[in-house]
Ligand binder design. Sequence first.
Ligand code: RAM
Length: 876
Amino acid sequence: MTPVRLRTEYRENPLGLDIAIPRLFWQLQSDRNGARQTAYQIQAGTSPGAADLWDSGKVESSTSIHIPYEGASVGSLSRIWWRVQVWDEAGEASGWSEPSFWETGLPPEEWSSRWIQDLPMGGPRTTGPAPFLRTEIQLEKPVKEARLVATALGLYEFRINGERVGDDYFAPGWTDYNKRVQYQVYDVTGLVQTGANALGAILGDGWYCGHVEWRGRQLYGDRPKLRAQLLVRYEDGSEEVFGTDASWRASFGPILESDMLMGESYDARRELGGWDRPEYHDDGWRAVEEVDLQANLVGMVGPTVKSTQELEPVDEPKEMAKWPRPDFLFDLGQNMVGRVRLRVKGEAGKTVRLRFGEILDEKGHLYTDNLRSAKQTDNYTLKGDPEGEVWESRFTFHGFRYVELGGDVEKPGRDAITGIVMHSDTPKTGDFVCSDELVNQLQRNIDWGQRGNFVDIPTDCPQRDERLGWTGDAQVFVRTAAFNRDVAGFFTKWQNDLKDSQSEIGEIPPTAPNTNAVGADGGPAWADAVMICPWTIYLCYGDKALLAEHYDSMKEYVDFLEKDSHDLIRSHPDKKGFHGFGDWLSTKAETPNDLIGTAFLVYSSRLMAKIAGVLGHGDDVARYDDLANRAREAFLRRFVSPEGYIVANTQTAYVLALHFDLLPMELRPTALQALVDDVGRSGWHLSTGFVGTPYISRVLSDNGRLDVAYKLLLQESWPSWLYSVTQGATTIWERWDGWTHDKGFQDVGMNSFNHYAYGAIGAWLYAVVAGIDVDEARPGYEHIVLRPRPGGGLTQAKGALASTHGLIESAWKIEDGSWIWEVLVPANCTATAYVPCGDPERVILPEGSALTNVANGEVQVELPSGSHRFEVKDWA
Ligand code: RAM
């Protein structure tokens, strides 16, 4: 057994970690079944393999994730190497792992640089040119290593001696800049040289002063600002720091305007050739302004946005008849988010225009009505290079499948456009495939929706003038997200955004970062993201520290709920102000706000009690369980008849009552039947909106109506998950009826074709169809629940999840009258397998395993790590 894949705070060899006690992770590799860690030893030091900072000695423990560093601290921007060895179940030592490292950040008192800025450009509604900033420095001695620490209010691209630093986009990311500003650290040893060096940065408006949602620009400030410092460590042991200050100079260059929502315009004739190299003549450049401002600078948490894939058009561009000249339409075959690479040739001064859309209208033209005020349009003015010109935008992104190339353009070839997919760097961890191709396309659409909307924060949509961190959407989808991709760091960062957005009385707004577009209280199911997201990250990644860090914030929230309710009815009709978004976008089924509100009050109080339990706060367990019980009574009194019927009589009302355990045992059968009847009456269609959709399948399959859950899954007419798939969708639509044959397009005011919320069915595909689930008592997949529930005529399904502990697999197929199931449990983990057959005589168990229970039509088996195969004979 060998320890591999060493990580620190979920990242491999991170720089700029601003955490006093980072947590260490490793995985165990073994091809033997039952491989298990019984002890570990960690050594940490200032060079690979050294133990001058920490030697944990042999620690008897099976833990291999979230192990707090207990060694000595080092200075800022310094590397700590670490390695681990483990002992297996037979007491055999593994030998040392490959060394891994992290580097510390820059504490506030060591920021010697100043904030700098250029002229203000434009007002709240216009966009302006991007400033280019530069300076030159002289390094007199041979350099051992160099680190760049950089941040901006706005966006920055840093350049040293003609090279771009790093491969991050939209750094430093979106936070509430009044509360915290993240910085990044780069190893730039390879970019600097003894002698003259040029340091430069281009600034974009970004979220700081560009358009954010529909109300215009300059939400946080009037113009972008930069703060950066280069630390140079020389061979002779001395150090020097070069920071941004009044000696830097500024100019406008080719980027005439750049805005996240509106797009970018670039005039290649205005390129500042060589501006980011030494010995450039910047005489014409103006002096920058130093700004005094107090920003809370914090090391980056979670991933940055990166370019992760390129897409070529699936066809030759289509010439569209249009006055005064034709446009050319490119189809990338996939609704994606990012930018394009443009290749053009032509005369200097000609301008080509790029417009982006998700879908075509009935006539086959680019459809952009649903973008509202977001222009998502780029313009490129040629410099006339006879070899041709290649351009990519820097500080904008678009949501699109189709690109229209127009303006002064000659008939382009297919290679004129390449799509570059961008999103927060959350590596793929999940795979789901089954025998139904439409369901497989649904799964792909869910993952594409996730990629396109995880752009530094979880956004609702990537195309129109919105793109906000809607709390409800994130909460609805987080469980599915944690299957598809490694989102631990991503949600750790966003939890800070939630905390920063919390009001003094504990409210959580509808969006984080809070743009104050709606109000301080996001209302039921939106504000509850502050509870549901960290709890889900705890379940899926075993992260207790996240719960501990936000414990007070969560308590304040639940206490607010209690105070804000009337006799424990949240969103009571007598309450003044906002009552919530209800079961957003449900179809012809109104579930009252106070019903949803009270259901979530019970749920969030219960979660608070559970979280208190995990962290060992006994008093709070009792207090919040009591609150949950009292709110549950209030729910029953107000909304449930003695027979078990719920006043609203909607699918969502029953789903919430059953999923949040709001009903006494004896009323559950009636409620379940009422739900099934409603689904049946609706012709096996959903009527649920954002609130009910994530749970309905689970409620049905957990309560003996797997058949109905599969009927809903496989339904092809709307409202259903597969309807959009049958219409050729490549992402999840905001509305069940975004476009229909009889009605055409839905309301242009709100009709996104890339909105992940309804993709929340994904968790059910992994957990129920394939059968990979967490055990709440031993989270992070240390103990795995393997429980596939085949049905719906599927003949096979396979789920895979690269968990924090390693790869989990569950694959079943029906073959020659048998049901065959193969599973993989990572080393150092165990699993309980539930075989979907109540007759032990028909079940062939893996060698060496024994059944522990037969219940609910399932044979139950405890499994050690490794590969295992089951077979059920005479499968009907
Ligand atoms: C819409 C958003 C989002 C939803 C809110 C209530 O504008 O797109 O999906 O959460 O409204």
